[in-house]
Each structure stands twice: as C-alpha cells, then as structure tokens.
Write a protein of this length. Structure first.
Length: 126
C-alpha cells in the first residue's frame, strides 16, 4: 500500500490533531511536505513546515487539541477542532491540501469561544 492510499488528506488532518495534542513534534513534522505552506487567515501570517512545528512546540502552556469533525474532500479536507489550555478556548478550522501522502497547504482560522453578544447588539435569533 502506498503512502498516498494509506494517508488521505482527511487522515493527515486527524494525525495532525493527534500529534499536536500529544506534543509529538517529530510526528507533526513528518506529516508536512518540505515545501508545505501554512497560513493563519485571521492574522495574515505565513510560514513553512519547520516554522509551523516550532510555533506549536514553543507556544507557552499546555494546550489540548481536540478534533471535532473532519470532512473528506479527496485531496482537500477540513478539520474543525477545539483548542484549550483550561483557561482560554478557541474554535479552529483547518483547510488542507495534500500531495503524495503529505500536507502541502494548510490554512488555519482561529476564533475565541465565548458568550453570545448582549441583547440588542445583533438581531434576535429567536
């Protein structure tokens, strides 16, 4: 069985979530092609595979990365996750592309999880 059939983009995203949650940085790096590009949509930051692993490894605190849903679109996939250090919680969406069984393009979108806006700040959803 080839690496491509063993590891679809959806499977790679599941492994990414597991690697980050376990703080297994060599495993995370092994999922990324050498030419991979990672973008944070919400900040405009862009980095290569090595910088992405370093950012996750060196980020302060112990963060849990919980995959909630993975949508398989063949060579493209989407992961919805919840990331928390017990104090802060974020909702994360990761859009990914893969080639030859490795992730080549990741776009992450992060949002803080919080209470809905106060009444009167937006139309009633009722």
């Amino acid at each position: 069985m080839t690496r491509t059939t063993e590891r679809s983009t959806a499977r790679l995203l599941t492994l990414l979530a597991e690697s980050v949650d376990a703080e297994d940085w060599p495993a995370l790096r092994a999922l990324l092609a050498d030419h991979a590009v990672v973008r944070y949509e919400h900040t405009g930051e862009q980095m290569d595979a090595t910088a992405y692993v370093a950012l996750n490894r060196d980020y302060p605190g112990r963060w849990r990365f919980e995959a909630r849903e993975v949508v398989d679109g063949g060579s493209r996939a989407v992961l919805r996750a919840r990331v928390s250090d017990g104090t802060e919680t974020h909702a994360v969406v990761v859009l990914a592309s893969s080639e030859a069984g490795l992730l080549v393009d990741l776009v992450e979108v992060w949002a803080e999880v919080g209470a809905p806006p106060e009444s009167g700040r937006r139309p009633d959803l009722g």
